[in-house]
Write a protein that binds this ligand. Structure first.
Ligand code: NAD
Length: 504
């Protein structure tokens, strides 16, 4: 008899064991890749409308079971039911809608009409699926962050092997069931469970692309391993998102946004507001409002925020708070565990008198902590906001469109919200992703779909002449003729007119 290693699954809100999954070995991961490859031979050849029909059926199947999906997510993460319905189910349903409506046009062959050669040639681009895509996902939004790369890959014609986080494996298993039971192509999504070892085996398992969402350190390992086989990667990594509040901001809205952006999902969001920079004139008013609103947050499964999910993350929160306090910061509200609620509950916490010598302003905290720093002006706010190895999302709060756009243009981040926060992920048509250490590639939007394809360039000859002018033999005088043509075409003046004529 072969003993199978298992991973125990715990409900963080209650501390109770809710199940166990196998910690799969390399051979099991390879088998999953083979099954996905076999499914690709059929799925990859379907026309877009046929794939769309199947994926819409999966969405209907999910929508018929939202309570069960939400329950499973809450059980493994400790988040609230509203949080799960809004940020996991709604976001997923909308992304499927976006690709169902816009995917066919985006993936259609596209004519390319440039250059004089187009007079005798027909050049165009074709988007082809890659094959089997590995999706490796984290625990903080175990459903949405799994479904997002997964449905993009499937709409583009790939099949998927999913490796969910070992902290939330049963949500991954449920995702697999949605596809195996919800459509006719039961093998298009394979799920492998396990920890880093299973993820490692999957990256090296002969897949054609890796979509990884998780920490910077693991992302770098994944990229290094993928480099050995030149496998393309999309990396959605950590963040330290800044919020800039300018002196003309609607302070009431900014404070409401700050509290939601920093504390929803207990701050365990890659695009959480992790630090706020507030212009001096509105600093006191902003802090007072944020503190008052933070005191009203209800912590319970059906309240505003739930428990934290992953025990080591709670330790990071406490480490960052201790470091900040030791260096002179003040906790104005929160700062303690809620032992009365369970081991993984932590109060939403606001810190002031902070500076960039503190870990809480430099490293990802990924918990319910909002440090607020007073700044003298917009320039200082921007300098501090950009003083970070991360660049995922960001926000600026002002009543001036001009100032909002100017600051948005100077923030070093993949995404910026003006007078809002976190909502950038919920707009399915916008590409999402980071700069600097926050990652590579984009999910969502048309870019998230075409990133799942290889673009093939095709040129068809139009006239079937026996010989092209530039083919052998190179006759005397050909060089001079070519030189004259190039000058005629590309010199400004005559060239512009001639090219316009050729373009029709
Ligand atoms: P993690 O890096 O610890 O794990 C992510 C996944 O990688 C898990 O499934 C894990 O099992 C797997 N893994 C571990 N070692 C591996 C290896 N060597 N090869 C392949 N896979 C391996 O991250 P986490 O703690 O689950 O997630 C939290 C982090 O994710 C935070 O830093 C957060 O900011 C980031 N995150 C980013 C985004 C984004 O879109 N940019 C979204 C959510 C979370």
């Amino acid at each position: 008899m072969r003993l199978v290693a298992t991973i125990e699954d715990i409900n963080p809100a209650t501390g109770q064991t809710i199940g166990a999954v196998p910690d799969m070995d390399d051979a099991q991961v390879r088998q999953a890749v083979q099954r996905a490859r076999a499914a690709f031979r059929v799925w990859g050849r379907l026309e877009f409308p046929e794939r769309r029909e199947q994926l819409l059926r999966v969405r209907d199947y999910m929508l018929d079971r939202t309570d069960a999906v939400v329950a499973r997510i809450c059980e493994e993460t400790g988040k609230t039911r509203f949080e799960a319905m809004f940020t996991e189910v709604f976001v997923t349903a909308d992304l499927i809608d976006f690709y169902a409506r816009h995917g066919e046009k985006a993936l259609r062959p596209q004519r390319v009409n440039t250059g004089p050669l187009r007079l005798t040639k027909r050049p165009y681009k074709v988007y082809e699926p890659l094959g089997v895509v590995a999706v490796i996902s984290p625990w903080n939004y175990p459903f949405a962050l799994t479904m997002s790369p997964l449905v993009s890959a499937l709409f583009a014609g790939n099949t998927v092997v999913l490796k969910p986080s070992e902290v939330t494996p049963l949500v991954g298993v449920l995702v697999g069931e949605l596809f195996s039971k919800g459509c006719d192509h039961r093998d298009i999504v394979q799920v492998v469970t396990g920890g880093g070892g299973a993820g490692n085996a999957l990256v090296g398992g002969g897949v054609q692309k890796v979509c990884f969402t998780g920490s910077v350190n693991t992302g770098k390992k994944v990229m290094a391993q993928a480099a050995e086989t030149l496998t393309p990667v999309t990396l959605e990594l950590g963040g330290k998102d800044p919020m800039i509040v300018l002196d003309d901001a609607d302070v009431e809205r900014a404070a409401n946004g700050a509290v939601w952006g920093a504390f929803s999902n207990e701050g365990q969001t890659c695009i959480s507001i992790e630090r706020a920079y507030v212009e001096a004139d509105v600093y006191d008013e902003f802090v007072d409002k944020v503190v008052a609103k933070t005191r009203t947050i209800r912590q319970s499964n059906d309240g505003d925020i739930g428990s934290m999910t992953f025990p080591p993350q709670l330790e990071t929160v406490e480490r960052h708070l201790a470091d900040a306090v030791e260096k002179g910061a003040r906790i104005v509200v929160g700062g303690r565990r809620r032992a009365d609620l369970g081991d993984m509950w932590f109060e939403p916490t606001v810190l002031v008198d902070v500076n960039h010598s503190m870990d809480v302003m430099r490293e990802e905290t990924f918990g319910p902590v909002l440090p607020i720093m007073k700044v003298s002006d917009e320039t200082e706010a921007l300098r501090l906001a950009n003083d970070s190895p991360y660049g995922l999302s960001s926000s600026v709060w002002t009543t001036s469109d001009d100032r909002g756009r100017r600051v948005a243009g100077q923030l070093e981040a993949g995404n910026v919200c003006v007078n809002d926060c976190l909502v950038d992920y919920g707009i399915s048509g916008l590409p999402f992703g980071g700069v600097k250490n926050s990652g590579l590639g984009r999910t969502h939007g048309i870019e998230g779909l075409t990133d799942m394809c290889r673009v093939k360039a095709v040129v068809e000859d139009r006239f079937g002449l026996k010989r092209e002018l530039h083919w052998f033999p190179v006759s005397a005088g050909r060089y001079g003729l070519l030189e004259r043509i190039i000058k005629l075409l590309y010199r400004r003046g005559t060239g512009n007119k001639l090219r316009a004529l050729l373009r029709g």
